[in-house]
Design a protein around this ligand. Sequence first.
Ligand SMILES: Cc1cc2nc3c(=O)[nH]c(=O)nc-3n(C[C@H](O)[C@H](O)[C@H](O)COP(=O)(O)O)c2cc1C
Length: 482
Amino acid sequence: MYNEYDAPHKDLRELIARVEKSGELLKIPGADWDLEMGTLMEAVYHKNADNPPAIQFTDVPGFDDGQTVVSGLTNSSKRLAITLGFPVPECPMDVVKSYRERMKGYAPIPAVEVDDGPIMENIDRDDDVDLYKFPVPFLHELDGGRYIGTDDLVIMHDPGDDWTNIGTYRSMLHNKNTVGLWMSPGKQGRQIREKYWAQGKPCPVLISIGHDPLLFLASGNEIKYGLSEFAWAGGHRGIPFETVKSELYGLPIPSHSEIVLEGAMYPDKTLPEGPFGEFTGYYASEVSNEPTMKVERVYHRTKPIMTIASPMMPPSDFSFCKCVMKSGMIWDEIEKAGLNGVQGVWCHEAGGARMFNVISLKQAYGGHAKQAAMMAANCQSASYMGRWTIVVDEDIDPTNMFEVLWALSTRCDPATSIDFIRDAWSGPLDPRIPKGQKTNSRAIVDACRPFSWIDEFPPVARCTEVQMKKVQKKFKHILDKI
Ligand SMILES: Cc1cc2nc3c(=O)[nH]c(=O)nc-3n(C[C@H](O)[C@H](O)[C@H](O)COP(=O)(O)O)c2cc1C
């Protein structure tokens, strides 16, 4: 049983149909690529922060050939559960728990190569390539250009260690057959690119700009080095993803993608890239000369569907799904590293699912909270651009900001409960570090009752569950009215 279905969706189209059936798809006809899509995304995602719908832009002016553009397909508990094949959730933590449950018997399933697939329906070669045939959005007013890749899959093969990496990297449209890619220092895609260049070779790339959102969940999160995102996502799907060999460089094209670009990056072919409104809520990275890719092949389905994401001051169309995925991944990683007692993890949306993370812990020994904080602040899934890691006791719901602030206010002694990690992995998108600096500092905050005198800590002024239930029953007729 895969959610309420017998089998995983076979592609983006079937997933969209399932999301529509669940009542969480908002169709918007007539929005222009030039700022209207981006502004509508902000209007929808800021207004419906609690349960925002996915958006499908239809009838895009100037593109009357049936192309559509989708955003936010995984950005609610229900849609994440549909995408990952989890039971229907009642709250975000249910999805985190389903993820944890899945990971108990989880094994990656590598992609399999097939001879053909719907992506090969149309192929534009060399001089026929014209990326303006797609409704590439200009998202925010201060952006440096139109971005063809936002919810994209940048697929590269490691020339040394022989595995295929996928990362989500913004790609700017420079002209009809050139795109520029922005990869932050330290990212696996960037490490692979540098390996090719160190060998004096061009770096072959595929960019998918319409695909199964399960691949986007893999691609936009820090999966461990050497494990292909195809295999990670295949393991969640329970059956392998299929790929078709690309014409020029033999790279694996997801056979059910909607649009895939193929080309290569050279160290000396750069163009100014950015600025771009980012997930922190700022335009932090400056315009810089970034590698470009001359697009030599465009593979696409007929009436292709583009997937887009619009980073902005959170919440955005992907910030919620990052919170859930990061929370599940961090919890899983610290437990696999040997930590016990974790009751919950929540990466808050205001921190872009990276910068304000809370761990709830049942303390069992002195130093337990500090150990949890250190591990959670720098495990693989939390390593990039962390800032605040807060450990609270097991009676605090980490998703409930009121309770977290109460714990910080009453159980934390700032002079002794806060430590700092210096020189940690960050990058140009961090608005709080000076230009050119690549690392930041982060705070680990122990907001638990001090373990050495936990038994003497003042009791919480709250009635017991038994007492509450007794009174609620007796005064039901009155309490029901409020
Ligand atoms: C919507 C979205 C856009 C992103 N854009 C970028 C980007 O432009 N550059 C970047 O370095 N990371 C970006 N990221 C983060 C990376 O995709 C993420 O760190 C991923 O793990 C990188 O993969 P890799 O290290 O396996 O190559 C983005 C993530 C998401 C979800």
